[in-house]
Design a protein around this ligand. Structure first.
Ligand SMILES: CC(C)(COP(=O)(O)OP(=O)(O)OC[C@H]1O[C@@H](n2cnc3c(N)ncnc32)[C@H](O)[C@@H]1OP(=O)(O)O)[C@@H](O)C(=O)NCCC(=O)NCCS
Length: 179
């Protein structure tokens, strides 16, 4: 069974372990690079500051008490839309834990956090071709927005923005695979 744990700054070692594993395992899925968080970038105060971001929330998924996945929610600096917008970030599930509902539990945790915090919209970015992630998000009611084919990034990748309106959708949020 998946346990979702909210992480505070003192839990920085858990977030660090998961984040370094994520950036190593799925470099194409994220904007951040593993190299940015290694060597001189790999400092306790930096990880703590990440978990202390004002208004943000960070989750670890535990399977049999072992960290198996992660996700976060952060406020978008320029509020737009009723209630403002939050962004779902850093979603990753350890390959050995995939296909067991861990991603679903993490999405639900971020949706619950954003709804409880009063955000009207939750958005996220997914790279073109990341079919498993896009399917997970669609299952939870996120719909693509922005230009057809996605937005071209400076490094040549394309990303799609997906959004979910929270007020209309939060009624559904108790099901195992809502959307
Ligand atoms: C996207 C991700 C979080 C989904 O995790 P999950 O909890 O396994 O998601 P699902 O339960 O929806 O997976 C459904 C099925 O796809 C399979 N699957 C999921 N991700 C897969 C992947 N990257 N490669 C191959 N198969 C994958 C699962 O094993 C499962 O198969 P099954 O139904 O036969 O058991 C996970 O694939 C991941 O961490 N990917 C790398 C990082 C990433 O893309 N993050 C999202 C950034 S926007």
């Amino acid at each position: 069974m998946t346990e979702i744990r909210t992480l505070a700054a003192d839990d920085w070692r858990i977030w660090r372990e998961l984040r370094l594993a994520a950036l190593a395992e799925a470099p194409g899925a994220f904007g951040s690079r593993l190299a940015d968080w290694q060597g001189p970038g790999d400092r306790e105060e930096r990880w703590r500051a990440r978990l202390d971001l004002p208004g943000a929330c960070h989750f670890a998924a535990l399977l049999a008490d072992r960290p198996a996945g992660m996700a976060g929610g952060v406020p978008v600096p320029e509020p737009d839309g009723e209630g403002g917008t939050a962004e779902l970030i850093s979603m990753w599930v350890d390959p050995v834990a995939r296909g067991r509902g861990v991603g679903d539990a993490l999405v639900r945790a971020v949706v619950r956090w954003a709804s409880a915090a009063g955000f009207g919209t939750l958005r996220l970015s997914v790279m073109s071709g990341n079919a498993h992630a896009a399917a997970l998000y669609r299952r939870h009611g996120f719909v693509p927005t922005g230009p057809a084919g996605g937005r071209l990034l400076p490094d040549g990748r394309r990303e799609h923005v997906m959004v979910r309106t929270l007020r209309a959708a939060r009624r559904d949020d108790t099901g195992a695979r809502d959307g």
